[in-house]
Design a protein around this ligand. Structure first.
Ligand SMILES: Cc1ncc(COP(=O)(O)O)c(C=O)c1O
Length: 378
């Protein structure tokens, strides 16, 4: 096949990334600290919320891990986590020897179901253990039901770790995702809406928390002329080279959000008269998704798989939705609360090519495969 591959989501440079990277070389800041690191942190703070304090880290996973450490999660503690997500949301619970408790999705947002969440908290407390933290995820950029989840977090006094890895630029009632929880997590992995090639950030509500995050991320060095350590440390700081890429990318974040949203509209238009396909969209005007990935839900597993293979035959990448964590071999033995919403979405859902850098010719190729597939399967 000669057709060039159409990716689900590939890096899209803005143009000024190399300028910042060059500056790092010119000034010899080739290290996990430097002007690009602090510059990127300022850029993100400015973008999210002026009074936030952001620590740039080596990955979103590192940010989740440090978020849990900062929330005081220890071995044997229980941590509630949205089941329908990428494994990186849940793995750090196990890094700490803690126990994940998984929660089903609600149909509207595909995120934490408030009813199952409260049921789980009540049941875990009745069993003698109050969960130490709640990890909520804004899946594919769609904000979770912030009002409902925050109300439960407040009612039971359980802090919220907000996994906003996929949702930079999304808002709920006009406020940016990543700014609601006790901590917010961002990812700048190569497949995200903007990238540092690999990287992440922890958004903190105050300066002290940020300083503590940076302390843990730089091997927990005590204040001494020699190497002195009183706490476990991690090597989780972002490199000044990667941060340079991030600074260039932050210049185009608003454009990237509108480009991703245009991709979702492209799919809405294609499927507007097709009752057998639903395109994932905001349930109300309170929600504004960056539509990091556009996703569709088909009638059945068989249809979803047939479409995925038809796209693959034309060298177009698509991917089933995240397989819920409670169905993953590594997490199967842990408690789960809810029904089959996440499981059904996994069976029938497909993520479509969503990159901000797709060209008109790419869109025509995608549309052609979709039109042929659905006209044949009528
Ligand atoms: C929901 C979610 N959480 C966490 C992560 C982890 O981020 P990273 O790949 O930067 O470690 C990702 C993406 O990779 C993600 O999609």
């Amino acid at each position: 096949m000669n057709l060039e591959k159409i990716w689900l989501s590939s890096p899209h440079m803005g143009g000024n990334e190399q300028k910042y990277v060059q500056e790092a070389f010119d000034t010899n800041w080739v290290a996990p600290l430097g002007p690009n690191v602090s510059g990127l942190e300022k850029d993100i703070e400015h973008y999210l919320k002026e009074d936030m304090h952001v620590a740039a880290l080596s990955s979103g996973t590192a940010a989740l891990h440090l978020g849990l450490v900062l929330l005081g999660v220890k071995a044997g503690d229980e941590v509630i986590c949205q089941s329908m997500t990428f494994s990186a949301s849940a793995n750090p619970i196990l890094y700490l020897g803690a126990i994940p408790v998984f929660i089903d999705s609600e149909k509207d947002t595909w995120n934490l179901c408030p009813i199952a969440l409260e049921e789980a908290i009540i049941d875990r407390m009745a069993k003698g253990k109050k969960p130490k933290a709640i990890i909520g995820v804004h899946l594919y950029g769609m904000p979770f039901n912030v009002d409902a989840i925050m109300a439960i977090s407040k009612k039971y006094e359980i802090p919220l770790l907000e996994d906003s890895a996929e949702a930079l630029g999304s808002t709920y009632k006009g406020q940016k995702c990543g700014t609601f929880g006790t901590f917010g997590v961002l990812s700048f992995n190569g497949n995200k809406i903007i990238t540092t090639s690999g990287g992440g950030a922890l958004a903190c509500a105050n300066k002290e928390q940020k300083e503590k995050a940076v302390f843990f991320a730089t091997q927990s060095r005590d204040n001494a002329p020699h190497y002195q350590h009183s706490e476990i440390g991690y090597n989780y700081r972002m490199s000044n080279i990667c941060a340079g890429i991030g600074r260039g990318q932050m210049e185009v974040i608003d454009l990237r959000v509108s480009q991703r949203r245009a991709m979702q509209l492209f799919y809405q238009e294609i499927f507007k008269d097709n009752n057998s396909v639903s395109v994932f969209k905001e349930p109300t005007n309170d929600y504004f998704s960056n539509h990091w990935l556009s996703a569709i839900v088909l009638e059945s597993y068989e249809k979803r798989e047939a479409l995925r293979l038809a796209l693959e035959a034309s060298n177009i990448e698509s991917r089933p939705l995240w397989k819920p964590m409670h169905l993953q071999p590594i997490f199967q033995q842990y408690p789960f609360y809810g029904g089959k919403v996440a499981e059904t979405l996994f069976e029938k859902g497909l993520c479509m090519p969503s990159g901000s850098n797709l060209q008109l010719g790419d869109l025509e190729r995608i549309e052609k495969v979709l039109n042929t597939f659905f006209s044949k399967s009528k």
